[in-house]
Design a protein around this ligand. Sequence first.
Ligand code: HPA
Ligand code: ZN
Length: 326
Amino acid sequence: MSFQSVPKIELHTHLEGCAPPSFIRGLSQEKKIDISGIFTADGGYAFRDFDHFLQVYEAACTVLQTPEDFRRLTLAVLEETARHGVVYMETFVSPDFCGGGDLAAWRDYVAAMQDAATEAEAKFGITLRGIVTGIRHFGPEACTPAAKCAIETFGDFITGYGMAGGEMVGRPADYTYSFDMAREAGMPLTCHAGEWGGPSMVAETLTHLKVARVGHGIGAIEDPALVSEIAEKEIVLEVCPGSNVVLNAVPGWAQHPIVKLRDAGVPVTVSTDDPPFFHTTMSDEYNMLARTFGWGEADFAAINQTALAAAFCDDATRARVAKRLE
Ligand code: HPA
Ligand code: ZN
């Protein structure tokens, strides 16, 4: 059975990381920017490991220079994502990657993405919300302007604040300032942690950044007390199994801890992270979960309800999306 037509929610994608290599290559040719080194001979993205992935990712982002580039990107991504049954998607977007960090024009970038999201909702039946992201390896100082951008545009489309990027840089406590700012503005919060770091990174993220959701979070599995705490506090994990396998954060699908986490009562959700980088789609994620762990309709319905409850959107949107899951 293929799960392509099953309605799905994904909470953890990176907008720039959803860009097909052909899209990035096309823009690089239009703008005469030579980033040919980031592509494989057969037109995929070429990276060796996570650190190299972050470098290739950043190089790809250099061709995203105008609000129009983001409008086209958002529309293309939503058309493709909707083909896999996704009815609601949240995506991280970093002001640092818009026109090389053109923060003065941030509102224009957001307007362009929102415009495309509105068009895609009408055409393809998919709803998009944006989560503004600081980039951890750019340092805590760079996250403050990102949080300011988030707060400035917090509304119908930008509905959360988070942090992505290299995890083994400093400690979560170094990043409290931007998270405090966003929380005080009433923004829902999520942060990548426990993709590479062990349980202490996840625990410190909960303590210092006080997030409702954790990106990945799989490192928590090494500490049963922490797993119980996450379950008890109903902290939602944005699990991206295909990403973890391709980047070698886990040895393989069979060793992925998603089932152990779920069975321990942790609210888990499933997402693709950066589909063209990791050669995955939401259909592939569901098919692999079915093949590896025997997941079926009831399991997928349950994770979609978890994702729906944890979505950073208003209740009217949540009710609308709930109908599309029926
Ligand atoms: N982890 C951290 N940062 C990222 C990722 C990821 O998987 N994808 C894009 N930025
Ligand atoms: Zn991610």
